[in-house]
Every structure is written in structure tokens, then in C-alpha cells.
Design a protein around this ligand. Structure first.
Ligand SMILES: [Zn+2]
Length: 140
């Protein structure tokens, strides 16, 4: 069953195809057009800057994903990139990356469409490290 990503209505009809051949849909209730599981969506630098700001506001990741209209999966990998791109001195105090990735992969299997795993991992980071990351984001 197909549901509208904006209003969750199931009153959805097929609406032609987009440029890459994927089936387009139209919500008859709110008028939104959408493609299921869009791939290779390009996130602009402007959107990334907005996401960085929203992260600083401590808005939930699910909330950010909805507001900026990116998938939570994309957001999760974006945040992983932010961690990976931290300067050396910032990363020194972060948990072992391999251990963190293994942990996330385990969780990822269980909650493939949920962001809960990342939230829990972020929670476990000390406030000190969290503060450093926020300061790093402020400088971007
Ligand atoms: Zn709708």
C-alpha cells in the first residue's frame, strides 16, 4: 500500500514517470507528487547548512528529516560523514570508529527505517565530546 509522505493518505494515484524512469505518484488529498524511495537525491549545500543549523537546535533527527525532506537514512550517513570529517584533535576523544560502526550496523539491521540507533549512540557520547562537535559545527 502506498502512502503519501506528506499527509500519510493512501488516496494516491500513479502520475507518469520522472526523468529517470521511476514511477511518479500523486496524492489526491494534498496534491503532493512523490517517487517511492527516491535514490541519488542531491542535497544542496544550502540544505546541508540548514541541516547543520537544525542539528544545533537539537531538533530530533526524524524532525529534521521531515523538515528538510531528506530520508532519515541519508541524514544518518550525513552525520556519520560529519564525524569522519572532524579534525584530528576533535576525533581523539570520540569512541573507536570501528566499534561504533559495528554497533550501528547491528542496530541498522534491526531498525533499518528508524534513526533510533544513532540517537542512542549519540546519547552515549559524553557531553564534553558532544560540546566539541557542536562547536565544530558552529564553525562550518
Ligand atoms: Zn498527501
Amino acid at each position: 500500500m502506498i502512502t503519501c509522505p506528506s499527509c500519510q493518505s493512501q488516496n494516491v494515484k500513479r502520475n507518469g514517470h520522472i526523468h529517470n524512469g521511476k514511477q511518479n505518484h500523486l496524492c489526491k488529498d494534498c496534491g503532493r507528487q512523490f517517487v517511492l524511495h527516491p535514490t541519488h537525491k542531491l542535497i544542496s549545500e544550502k540544505e546541508k547548512a540548514l541541516i547543520n543549523k537544525l542539528l544545533l537546535e537539537r531538533i530530533s533527527l526524524a524532525g529534521i528529516a521531515r523538515a528538510v525532506e531528506v530520508s532519515e537514512l541519508w541524514l544518518q550517513s550525513y552525520i556519520s560523514e560529519l564525524y569522519a570529517s572532524c579534525p584530528e584533535d576533535l576525533c581523539a576523544d570520540l569512541p573507536d570508529q570501528a566499534a561504533m560502526e559495528a554497533h550501528l550496523e547491528d542496530k541498522f539491521d534491526k531498525y533499518i527505517y528508524e534513526i533510533g540507533a544513532l540517537k542512542k549512540t549519540l546519547h552515549r557520547l559524553s557531553l564534553q565530546v558532544h560540546g566539541k562537535i557542536l562547536r565544530h559545527l558552529n564553525k562550518i
